[in-house]
Design a protein around this ligand. Structure first.
Ligand code: GLU
Ligand code: ZN
Length: 279
């Protein structure tokens, strides 16, 4: 089986070592077996995505020596595909408009927490929303699960996983300010680009339950997944920009050899002060 992987960063900030770690693993997973490695820029968030971050991502990958196949795909150029997928789910009666504000949702009594924070309490599910108001489109999770039936997916590290998206609640598939959401666009694009193996961090493991469900509803193939452990900093907590992880641009400016870094990461050798999160 030929292998196609991808690196799919959001250009909302500078890449840090955790991104390099993820990109290297996706690159290696494909190239070690003569497969293809693609680059997709996830820029549907028009307010937070910045062209200078796109330029930074390309420069970082070049510095690391991680070459990709074909053209860079930009999600902002593919919005009609996401709209078409949403239309299909609408025809199936599995999505509904929601006019709630963040404050409405927070104020709704006993909103439970799911893998991605507060779960939407379903306020708009049974009411006719005023479509002249700003609205998003939500998946009717219970109806979608019933329509799809039992589903599984395979993770190269975690094994066979029964899809269990219920705890996410009625996730947003098209945002108030964008004709798609992360869940919908990533599912549509991974299929459109023929991704056979999705290599990404464990932080996205829970989201895969939703993606597997969307694949079933939209008649899309299910790739094999590989959710890799995340990097931790010296304090043992997950690397993130807000914890002051140095950006790849900083390391580059400081004269570090990017290709040597990528080679080390490929062999599981981490720079001093970094470790792999057990979780
Ligand atoms: N764009 C997402 C991010 O930067 C990653 C999407 C994915 O790998 O599925 O976190
Ligand atoms: Zn609502």
């Amino acid at each position: 089986m030929s292998v196609t992987t991808r690196f799919a960063p959001s250009p909302t900030g500078a890449l840090h070592l955790g991104h390099a770690w993820s990109a290297v693993q996706a690159h290696v997973r494909a190239r070690d077996v003569g497969g293809r490695f693609l680059l997709r820029i996830e820029d549907i968030d028009g307010t937070r995505s910045r062209p200078e971050h796109v330029a930074g991502i390309l420069a970082d990958l070049d510095w690391l020596g991680l070459d990709w196949d074909g053209d860079v795909v930009f999600q902002s150029a593919r919005l009609d595909r996401y709209t078409a997928a949403l239309d299909r789910l609408r025809v199936m009666g599995l999505v509904y408009p929601c006019t709630c504000t963040r404050a409405d949702i927070a104020a709704a009594a006993s909103a439970p927490h799911g893998p991605a924070g507060v779960v939407y309490p379903g306020t708009c599910r049974e009411r006719a929303a005023d479509l002249s108001q700003p609205h998003c489109w939500r998946l009717d999770m219970a109806a979608a699960i019933a329509a799809a039936g039992p589903l599984v997916w395979t993770d190269e590290i975690a094994g066979t996983i029964a899809a269990d998206p219920a705890s996410h609640g009625d996730v947003v598939l098209a945002r108030k300010d964008a004709p798609s959401s992360y869940h919908l666009s990533v599912t549509v694009d991974d299929a459109a680009q023929g991704i056979t193996h999705i290599v990404r961090g464990r932080d996205l493991f829970e989201a895969t339950h939703v993606h597997r469900l969307l694949q079933a509803l939209l008649g899309l193939p299910t790739p094999i997944y590989r959710h890799h452990p995340l990097l931790a900093g010296a304090d043992g907590t997950r690397l993130a920009k807000r914890h002051g992880a140095p950006s790849l641009a900083n390391l580059r400016a400081a004269g570090m050899d990017g290709r040597a870094l990528a080679m080390d990461l490929k062999r599981g050798r981490l720079p001093l002060g970094f470790g792999v999160l057990d979780d």
